[in-house]
Write a protein that binds this ligand. Sequence first.
Ligand code: 5AD
Ligand code: SF4
Length: 447
Amino acid sequence: MRVKVFIKTYGCQMNERDTEAIAGMLAQQGYSIVDDENAADILIFNTCSVREQAERKAIGKIGIVKKLKKLKPHLIIGIMGCMAQNLGEKLLQDLPHADFVIGTGQLHKLPETLASILDERRQLALLTGGKEVLTSMGTHYRMSNTKAYQAYIAVTRGCNRFCSYCIVPYVRGREVSREIDDVVAEAKTLAADGVREIMLLGQNVAAFGLGGDTNPPPENISPFADLLFELNKIDGLYRIRFVSPYPSYFTDKLINAMGTLEKVCHNIHLPLQSGSDRILKKMNRQYTAEKYLEIVDKLRKAMPDITFSTDIIVGFPGETDEDFEATRMMMKKVGYDNAFIFKYSPRQGTPAAKIPDQVAQELKEKRNQILLKELQDCTAAHNKNYIGSIQEVLVEGPSRRNDKRWSGKTGTFKVVVFEPDKNTRKGELVKVEIIRATSATLFGKLI
Ligand code: 5AD
Ligand code: SF4
């Protein structure tokens, strides 16, 4: 009987990618990856630390599975990912039913750790620290929720920017980049396996290949643009996306490359965080609202149909009504098609957590709601503009609500729902005429 492993992922796409790599390593060793936690012999929680809420959620869940261990004493419980790196030893003290804690820099040690736990029932393996792992992570295990023709490729890991609110540089460590050839080889293998869309991942992805402390980045070289250029040549690959670029890394060289490479999608996630220069400075974000708008304008000139999404933090320490208004105004000016709006969460060990002037929770909540409402109005208006247009859609398969209708996405990251015909295949590009739109979805017919 093969040992069954269930893996639950919290946090960002980088963590989803790590889960695929973890699953791939274990599958190669003969473990079977299962979707049902009750059927598993090993439970792994791949956790996130970016906000307190993310940690609380994982700790709550790991607390609940304690009773499973009472029923099944052989059950092995492991905590991996950013929270493992961040809280380390404390997790083993607070959750004594956990068998191992492995941080992001040690994740390649999972197979040997599991083997020794299974062998000796040795309790409490704690592996944290170490540099982010770039090699031996090539396998792309297809999890049950992985879309058949899409794949994540991690190109940089870690971060050197030290935004004052952010725990990532402390848990994932300094930024490291892979070699171009290595990434291109991985993309070619994926394309040969039927992958049509790749999403390049990095905490500061456009800093790829620059080799460390480079802000502002050089105007005349962009290894990230070189990478896009190489990936654009790969046969069978239709689309290239990436997250998350730090705004000031959009040099003219990179913007020009993006405008000319037809596979690079016209949708950019461009974290703003705040529209107030005063707050941006306190956040140690090294751009102003004006500079950010300049980048948006240049990107729009290069790709007129481009859409933007962003990350916003409300209630950063000392955020006044005036600062918040500046964020609202910026959101209106840019006209985002999506935004992740977060309530500031103090993270121990980061400079912002020490600022005495913390904003009340109710005020954070109120500001959050205002931005969400305005965002929805903005997206609804944008989506109406698509009515009557013909869009190229990468087909994903039956839609979640109604399996007679299929859905897919435009290059601008809009969800399009349409009725398939007998030739419609997942992972293919089709043309759809848009006839109706809501704030979340475009509806159309195949042409
Ligand atoms: N509190 C709230 N949001 C945060 N983020 C990062 N750190 C914090 C924090 N301490 C948000 C930022 C980042 C996204 C991944 O999470 O907006 O872009
Ligand atoms: Fe969370 Fe950041 Fe770690 Fe991703 S890198 S899992 S967002 S803390």
